[in-house]
Design a protein around this ligand. Structure first.
Ligand SMILES: Nc1ncnc2c1ncn2[C@@H]1O[C@H](COP(=O)(O)OP(=O)(O)OP(=O)(O)O)[C@@H](O)[C@H]1O
Ligand SMILES: [Mg+2]
Length: 227
């Protein structure tokens, strides 16, 4: 489904404060995989996630989605790819604060031909699946950390993506809530979506089938998890 070939990413390229965030990263992700990307703070995990999500550019290398180079897609085709196939949960959740949980969940469908009624119904279903069906009308600011995380996951699921990318989905949560979120992501993976979780916690990566360790912008190991 996805292949990255020798990707390099430098922030502030050519300036004195240049930071090499990714250094020759190659990676394949197949349909239905359950992958943890693990590494220390600053290792380049979020940068990698943003590139996979097609929201960040890179200066060298190639990104193939279904064997098609993403760099050759027009902006509108890229937006379509993001909107149809890639569900994203960003590290800061990226919920719109003036919107309710339900409206946040519906957001990706606003850019499709989905009717208002269907949008609402699908958002209600997604919120039910993540266990917060009663919070449809609750303002995003009034959700707890775990509830925000769930709303962000519901929003990622609503497009029925082929892959979900979740950046530190349990980063700010207590261990019981983290376990529930990981069980939820495991369930989503079992329905057929590939799930990529970014984490710095080994216990979280143990839920996944494959573990990719990144250090100083390089992949230093890529192994299957024994279960
Ligand atoms: N927009 C940016 N401009 C400049 N440097 C950046 C930018 N974003 C990230 N970096 C730098 O790139 C490197 C990788 O950052 P990244 O956010 O990918 O790390 P991370 O592994 O996700 O860390 P964390 O676990 O703390 O979230 C870091 O040195 C960071 O300071
Ligand atoms: Mg990060």
């Amino acid at each position: 489904m996805i292949e990255l070939k020798n990707i390099y990413k430098t922030y502030n390229l050519g300036q004195p404060n240049a930071v090499v965030a990714l250094n020759d990263v190659s990676l394949k992700i197949e349909e239905g995989e359950f992958i943890a990307i693990i590494g220390k703070s600053g290792a380049g995990k979020s940068t990698l996630m943003h590139i996979l999500a097609c929201v960040e550019d890179y200066e060298k290398g190639e990104y193939l989605f279904d064997d098609q180079p993403v760099s050759k897609l027009s902006e509108s085709k890229k937006a379509k790819l993001r909107n149809k196939s890639i569900g994203t949960v960003f590290q800061d959740y990226s919920l719109i604060e003036t919107f309710s949980a339900g409206e946040n969940t519906e957001l990706p469908l606003m850019f499709t031909r989905c009717s208002k009624k269907e949008r609402k119904q699908r958002a209600e279903n997604a919120l039910r699946e993540v266990g917060i069906s009663k919070l449809y009308d609750q303002n995003a600011l009034k959700l707890s950390g775990g509830q925000r995380q769930r709303a962000a996951i519901a929003r990622a699921m609503i497009i029925k993506p082929r892959i979900i990318l979740a950046d530190e989905p349990t980063g700010a949560l207590d261990s019981e809530t983290s376990k529930q979120i990981m069980q939820l992501l495991t369930r989503i993976n079992k329905t057929g979506a590939a799930v990529v979780i970014i984490t710095h916690e080994k216990e979280i990566s143990d839920y996944c089938n494959r573990k990719i360790v990144i250090s100083d912008g390089r992949i230093v190991s890529d192994t299957l998890n024994e279960k």
